[in-house]
Design a protein. Structure first.
Length: 426
């Protein structure tokens, strides 16, 4: 195996929210091949455009040691491949491992003796060695831990967060042998100023990653259930949380729509593995079910209050402000807002969508309607603030209230505004 990080020739496979910042950070230290099968993505990045709005033109063009390509043949130049492709779920909420399998197959055709493959994609414990390694062996005709080696260092990227960037988030590292673990750890230490944590095995590192978001999902599910309960008791949930947070060890989670590539997905990877060994994960699935149904709950609450105000529901005009899975981020995939939208459609409302961060083409593709580009006064019977974008905070209460008709219902899902100015909040 290769012993020195200076001898590693890096190729990052997948240039999305995880791969691009990793490639840019490593390129500050050495030459890096940035590979993606999406030709348009490569073309845009070369021109200085990041559709995810995580990096500007200057930041991209400053990366002089980053070689961007969609040409598979260019991967021959590498001896260390870092795989950062998505690991989504399918319509049955089962792990969809096709992207990571495809990436493994692609690089296996170029594997040479002593090469190192590091996975960053979120998977269930055992996936790398039980599922990916056989693919690498099959297409390379090489033997694992004799001819090539593997590492796992799960991503901890936080899209839209300019404070917790890749270099100042502590990194878990692991390898298929103790020597590989040290090599992987030294490689990441080169760019991670916050330090690293060496896990004793790849399986431990896989498990550590998948429980991070599972724990967060369950904590949000608890607060969501409390919010539903307090609503029935006519108690302001935010007031309760403000009081409870005065204790030093109370965890400050908030109710809301849960989405994204991690929190709404990772628990299903863990429960899939549990089922494969005959264990039914009760608490994890219960939390997922509750969070998945929050869109329906919010829609029904909105409609209920509209009825109390004698607003005709059919053909009423409703505005949803914010479509991304989190604030100040452009990604609308797996957003919890989609369930809310689908639930409102069942009431035959006319729905407008507005998000200054999201791409109009992506919105049309997922929601099958075009978003509005400007906000109009005195238009809406119902309005939901679904994402806490800074732009919405800056608009302020009065501006948002003025978008509505005199008789209206405003639902503030993110607790951006004072309770006396709105009708509902979680």
């Amino acid at each position: 195996m290769i012993n020195k990080i200076e001898d590693l020739k890096l190729a990052i496979i997948g240039l999305g929210y995880v791969g691009l910042p990793l490639a840019l950070e490593f390129s500050k230290k050495k030459t890096v091949i940035g590979f993606d099968i999406d030709k348009k993505r490569i073309s845009e990045l070369k021109s200085g455009k990041d559709k995810n709005l995580e990096f500007n033109k200057e930041e991209l063009q400053k990366a002089q040691q980053l070689y961007l390509t969609f040409n598979i043949e260019d991967l021959k130049l590498a001896n260390c491949y870092i795989i950062t492709v998505p690991t989504p779920i399918d319509k049955f909420k089962k792990p969809d491992l096709k992207p990571i399998f495809q990436a493994s197959e692609i690089i296996s055709k170029f594997l040479k003796k002593k090469d190192l493959i590091i996975y960053e994609s979120t998977v269930y414990p055992g996936c790398i060695e039980e599922e990916c390694v056989p693919i690498l062996e099959k297409f390379s005709n090489l033997k694992f831990n004799q001819d090539f080696f593997c590492g796992y260092s799960p991503e901890r990227v936080n899209p839209g967060d300019k404070l917790h960037t890749i270099s100042n988030i502590k990194k878990i590292t692991s390898g298929s042998t103790p020597e590989v673990t040290n090599l992987v750890d030294n490689l990441y230490k080169n760019i991670i100023t916050a330090g690293t944590h060496k896990a004793p095995s790849i399986k431990v590192a896989e498990a550590a990653k998948v429980i991070e978001n599972t724990q967060r999902d369950l904590n949000i599910a608890l607060i969501n259930e409390l919010s539903i309960l307090f609503n029935k008791l006519n108690i302001d949930t935010q007031a309760v949380l403000d009081a409870a947070e005065t204790k030093w060890n109370f965890l400050p989670f908030k109710p809301g729509l849960v989405g994204g590539h991690c929190i709404g997905v990772d628990p299903y990877y863990l429960t899939h593995k549990a089922e494969s060994i005959g264990y039914k994960a009760k608490i994890i699935l219960a939390g997922r079910e509750l969070n998945d149904k929050m869109g329906e709950y919010v829609a029904s609450q909105l409609v209920s209050v509209m009825k109390k105000k004698k607003i005709e529901i059919k053909n009423s005009r409703i505005l949803i402000m914010g479509l991304t899975f989190k604030e100040n981020c452009s990604d609308i995939r797996n957003s919890g807002v989609k369930n809310l939208f689908d639930s409102l459609k069942n009431f035959n409302c006319i729905i407008d969508l507005y998000d200054p961060w999201a791409n109009a083409y992506d919105i049309k593709k997922i929601y099958d309607i075009n978003p509005i580009r400007t906000l109009t006064k005195n238009t809406y019977d119902g309005l939901l603030v679904a994402v806490a974008h800074d732009e919405f905070k800056n608009l302020g209460e009065n501006t948002i209230m003025n978008l509505c008709k005199k008789t209206r219902v405003i639902y503030d899902l993110k607790n951006l505004f004072s309770s006396d100015k709105i009708d509902l909040r979680l």
